[in-house]
Design a protein around this ligand. Sequence first.
Ligand SMILES: [Zn+2]
Length: 246
Amino acid sequence: MSSAAPTTTSTSSTTAVEPTSTEAPTTTSTEAPTTTSTSTSVTPEPAPAGVGHRDLIGREGWGAAATGAGLVGHTIDRLTVHHTAGVYTDNTETPGRIRGFQSFHQEQGWADLAYHHVIDRNGNVYEARPTSAKGDTFTGYDPTGHYLVVCDGDFTQQIPTDAQVSALVDMLAWAAEEFAVSPDTLGTHRDYAATACPGDGLGNLVDSGALQAQVEAQLAAGGSTLNLLSPQDSLDRVATIEAGNS
Ligand SMILES: [Zn+2]
C-alpha cells in the first residue's frame, strides 16, 4: 500500500468528491444553479471495430482499506453512471483520491466505497466494491440492482475525456454481458434521485442516447473483456499512473 501511496494526503487538496458536493443531501442546492454552465456538447469517439479490453486495477493496487461489515448481496439488473463530483486536474492523484473516497464512505458506516468500479481521466479502471454487493448512496434511491460505475471528475464543470468515455463504453459493454442486462437499462444517478450527478458533461451523453449507441456498437463488435490484474501488477500499474505515465 505504501509503495503506491507516495502522498497519502493527496486527496485532501481536492475537497469536492461526490459525497460532499453532489451526493450529500445538503449540497443539492449549491449544485443546481451551476448545472447550466456546462453547455459544451460531447462528441464521442466512434466505437472501436474490435473486441474491447480493459485491465482492472485490483484493490491492492490503489491501497484499499479492508471491506467492512454490512455488504448486502444483490442481482444487477441495470447500468447506472456517476461522477465523483471532484474536479480533477492531475490524473496522478487519482489513486489517492480513490483512497479518500473510500475513507469518506466508510466513515459513513458503509462497508466500502459506494461504487463498483472507478474510471479515471486516462481510462484506467479500478476495482472498488464487489459487484455482488449493492452500492450505497447519500440520496433517495435504492441502489439495489444497479451496476455503479463512477467517472472521476465533476461534469457539472468539466467534460469527460475521450479516454474516459472509451473506457466507460467498454465497462458498460462488459457489464451488459457479464450481468445479462440490456443497454436499454443505461441511466444516470440523476434519473433516480435529486442530484446533479453525473453533471451535464457526462449526463447529456447518456440522456441523448449517444452512450447507449456506443455500448451497443461495442457489443455488436464482440463486447469487451475485463482482466483483473494480479496484486503485484495492480501495484505496478498504479505506480505507473502516479508517475504520470498511464
Ligand atoms: Zn452519483
